[in-house]
Design a protein around this ligand. Structure first.
Ligand SMILES: Cc1cc2nc3c(=O)[nH]c(=O)nc-3n(C[C@H](O)[C@H](O)[C@H](O)COP(=O)(O)OP(=O)(O)OC[C@H]3O[C@@H](n4cnc5c(N)ncnc54)[C@H](O)[C@@H]3O)c2cc1C
Length: 309
């Protein structure tokens, strides 16, 4: 086992482990400040000397956070050595083991004073869930550990449209809105984008900045009676989508909705399934521990086999 960022989405993928070793490593992140962005979003800005070696690849760059268990302030791991951390972490008593969760690097920047900062936008979805609870109580000076990118070209940047793509079609729920916002910021001027963003509340429709030619539809969940996984395909079905020869489709959010949305694009809009990058960021009713357990048992929970379509 190596220090490869073990996102739930990638947990079963250990094939190129050796090559990945240099791509990811542990970083200590210190909370500098927090800012409420909308009804559901809290931005936590991290700093700390170890960020000097942090190299976000941008777009939907993700990382794995290790949060202290309930009742502790700091994250303690017996080992951050790339060959031994995983066994040491798994072997810790439940009440002491830091909670591992996947998040997106919303932005990495260097301040005029030369300090490195990283923003992570947390969805606050209740105090019963460890990461949401930790973020809601984050105060300046709190420290956590993360496995993050040490090189900008790494496999936790999943948004990889081919040069031949003539349009980008996107779906993100609130957990993937930070990734979608970061993708939009980096797209070349005039890129044709059609996007659907699903959020829990009206004021979660965060301002987005892009040079792309983006047509964005917000789907506000509040007050809609439809079944969760059906809501988005229903909105897509009735949507005008400009014709494209070679669209690249990027989908991320709740696993059931992502699966239904992928099916819509492949079956109803005849998109080549190889042009669809889809990732379940979470699954209704399952904690990330449960998803990881499934992944390590040999089944990636968030990327369904294409034969299911
Ligand atoms: C690559 C990747 C990038 C991600 N980036 C981000 C990001 O930038 N910001 C972000 O907020 N999330 C992001 N997520 C999703 C985040 O990892 C999950 O939401 C995670 O489950 C949160 O951990 P938790 O401890 O709060 O809840 P868990 O303990 O994992 O789950 C507890 C319960 O809460 C439910 N649940 C989990 N998330 C939500 C939610 N958002 N709303 C409602 N119920 C939920 C679960 O189904 C479960 O029933 C990302 C996930 C991946 C795989």
């Amino acid at each position: 086992m190596t220090a490869t960022a073990p996102d739930t989405a990638d947990a079963a993928d250990t094939s190129d482990a050796a090559a990945e070793t240099a791509h990811f490593r542990f970083f200590e992140l210190e909370v500098l400040r927090t800012r409420r962005l909308g009804h559901s979003f809290l931005r936590v800005t991290f700093g700390g000397g170890s960020l000097a070696g942090f190299r976000s690849g941008g777009f939907d760059q993700s990382l794995s956070l290790f949060l202290p268990p309930e009742g502790r302030e700091d994250t303690v791991l017996p080992s951050t050595d790339e060959d031994t951390w995983f066994g040491a972490w798994r072997g810790m008593p439940d009440e002491e083991r830091p909670v591992m969760r996947s998040y997106t690097v919303r932005e990495q920047r260097r301040t005029p004073e030369g300090a490195d900062e990283v923003d992570i936008d947390f969805v606050l979805h209740g105090d019963a869930s460890p990461a949401s609870r930790w973020a809601g109580r984050a105060v300046t000076g709190r420290r956590i550990l993360a496995i993050g990118p040490a090189v900008a070209e790494n496999k936790s940047v999943r948004f990889q449209p081919p040069a031949t793509a003539d349009a980008i079609w996107m779906y993100a729920d609130e957990t993937a809105l930070p990734a979608a916002a970061a993708i939009l910021e980096r797209l070349a001027e005039g890129t044709a984008v059609r996007a659907w963003f699903e959020v829990p509340h009206e004021d979660d429709r965060l301002p987005l900045s892009t040079a792309a030619k983006a047509d964005i539809t917000w789907i506000v969940r509040e007050g809609t009676g439809r079944e969760r996984a059906d809501r988005v395909p229903a909105a897509l079905r009735s949507a005008e989508v400009p014709t494209a020869e070679a669209p690249y489709v990027w989908l991320a959010g709740e696993a059931g909705t992502v699966r239904a949305t992928r099916r819509h694009f492949v079956q109803e809009r005849s998109v080549d399934r190889r042009s669809v990058r889809f990732t379940g960021y979470w699954r209704l009713g399952a904690s990330e521990e449960q998803l990881l357990a499934e992944a390590y048992a040999g089944r990636a929970p968030s990327e369904e086999p294409s034969s299911e379509l």
